[in-house]
Design a protein around this ligand. Structure first.
Ligand SMILES: NC(=O)c1ccc[n+]([C@@H]2O[C@H](COP(=O)([O-])OP(=O)(O)OC[C@H]3O[C@@H](n4cnc5c(N)ncnc54)[C@H](OP(=O)(O)O)[C@@H]3O)[C@@H](O)[C@H]2O)c1
Length: 269
């Protein structure tokens, strides 16, 4: 799909990957509908895009509420008359070993955001995506394929999303395409600071450093956009993550040992 002239809805466009996608896609001539809860951030990103002569608008929405997902789609149609692509990017994470979790309530928040929020958006947008022979893009994680210590609720939500989208792909094969972006650690986003810790509070101000292998935000987003342009169905960022399904199938104990050792030595945080 060539982004030029296409209408993209991007959830979670107020920071990180979503905001960078909005900026880079608009430079390629896309019309971007930027949704999230923090309207000030959305408006500042859209101001920047529109000031450069490109096209965007901000819509405040909490995707855990179906009526607000309907509103995103309704407003996009009123403004641009079509929807070509839906980017399921809004998400929230965690960092806690399951047996140390004191307030389990945040598992529900993660599921309602990462999984149900995406399901709601697809439900609202699908008829329009079918009309335009459009595309769904999901920002997922390699952790969803293999499991990952300290992320049980997050991994489960992204694993559920993968199962959902695999089915949507089969049911709508002749009408829409789907790109799943399977991401590793990406630098320069708010995911870590907004993630839940064992007591259900956000771990704002985390001092944990990213691994040396973490990917810069702009490179990650460029790779996702190239994959949209090439109509790929999966992209791994970085590329070596594409080994994970193979390793999981044939060398599962090795893979689990390596990840656990890296976490214990604080190399993979
Ligand atoms: N960063 C990484 O290393 C990494 C790796 C793999 C996958 N991913 C995935 O990439 C996606 C983007 O993450 P990021 O790293 O860019 O994190 P981020 O900077 O924290 O961005 C998350 C976005 O989601 C929005 N959001 C959260 N809850 C929402 C809700 N209920 N309704 C609407 N919007 C909501 C946030 O906006 P508001 O708070 O303003 O609503 C924010 O714009 C996530 O799905 C994440 O799982 C990230």
């Amino acid at each position: 799909m060539n982004p030029k002239g296409k209408v993209f809805i991007i959830t979670g466009a107020s920071s990180g990957i979503g905001a960078e996608l909005a900026l880079q896609l608009s430079k390629k001539g896309a019309y971007v509908v930027c949704a999230a809860r923090t309207i000030e951030n959305l408006e500042s990103i859209c101001r920047k895009i529109n000031r450069d002569g490109n096209h965007s608008f901000a819509i405040q929405a909490d995707i855990t509420d179906k009526t607000q997902c309907d509103k995103i789609v309704k407003v996009a149609i009123e403004k641009y008359n079509k929807i070509d692509a839906l980017v399921l990017n809004a998400g929230i994470s965690m960092w806690a070993k399951f047996d140390e979790v004191e307030d389990i309530g945040f598992f529900k928040t993660i599921m309602e955001t990462n999984y149900m929020g995406s399901v709601y958006c697809v439900h609202s947008a699908l008829p329009f995506l079918k009309n335009s022979k459009g595309k769904i893009i999901s920002c997922s994680t390699a952790q969803a394929i293999m499991g990952f210590p300290n992320h049980s609720g997050y991994v489960a939500s992204k694993h559920a999303l993968h199962g959902f989208l695999s089915t949507i792909r089969m049911e709508n094969k002749s009408d829409i395409t789907i790109l799943e972006a399977v991401l590793g650690w990406i630098k320069g986003t708010n995911l870590r600071n907004n993630s839940f810790k064992y007591d259900g509070k956000k771990q704002s101000g985390s001092t944990r450093k990213h691994t040396k292998e973490a990917i810069p935000l702009s490179l990650c987003v460029r790779t996702i956009i190239t994959s949209i342009e090439k109509d790929l169905d999966t992209v791994y960022v970085p590329k070596k993550l594409s080994l994970i399904p193979f390793l999981k199938l044939f060398f599962r104990s090795f893979l689990e040992r390596k990840v656990t050792e890296a976490i214990d030595k604080n190399k993979l945080v």
